[in-house]
Design a protein around this ligand. Sequence first.
Ligand code: ZN
Length: 280
Amino acid sequence: MKIEVIEHIQNKNQDLMKVILDGVSIELANAFRRIILTEVPSMAITEVLFVENDTVLFDEMIAHRLALIPLTTDLKNYNLPDECSCGGHGCTLCQVQLECDIRTKNNEVMAYSGDLKSMDEKIHPVNNNIIIAKLGKKSSLVFEAYAQLGIGMDHAKFQPVCSVGYKYFPDVKIDNSKLKNSQIDEVIKHDHTKLFKKVDGKLALVEEYWKCPDFTGSAEKYVPPGAITIDYVPNKFVFTIEGTGALPIKEILTKAVEIFLEKLDEFEDQLKKVVITQRV
Ligand SMILES: [Zn+2]
């Protein structure tokens, strides 16, 4: 098995990584994808206590918006509520308090995620510019919110990624001996995915051709049969992970592997019990 990071975009608006997984079956790649989506924990607001809410939005709507604000997550120092010694009732090991206190006078104010003041500096909104509600003149929005760790299997708000997916690594072969110059020009002209280029009168692939989103073989209709063949490489995938910013993508991948290994151990333990039962 070989893993190669081929692209990593990280800025205030995006956290995206493309990885090539080589020597992995599609079942394993999909298991990995599903674990990232549904079992890697992240922090989200689970409870809100409203003191004052003069906005036009109901408490429930604001609570729903707050729950969807991605929060930075600390997996080392926080427990999942179910696994915490407090029994999930909420303590400093499994819960963080965030507060909001906005009171307007003769002005209208927009409440943003940046107005949430966290009791733990490590846990805060990933982005400070997410709108919560608009306050009119002489209005108030005062509440306490509580965030906990959770998993995407229970609620999508806990997913640490916006999206995660994979596609087969493409295998494109060009036989220039079957191509005429006019046909090469025709392919280049209709190549809306920018997959091909012309080098020294010959048709060639662009350097990072695997980045092209479309491999439907639309170029094949402009050339004789067998001149261009588009196939896929078995057991080789381009994995794309777009994080919410709750966790660094490398940590998401590491945690997913950890969870996968735990599942294998559990499976092995269960399997041993089955064998013993059969002997008895
Ligand atoms: Zn606790």
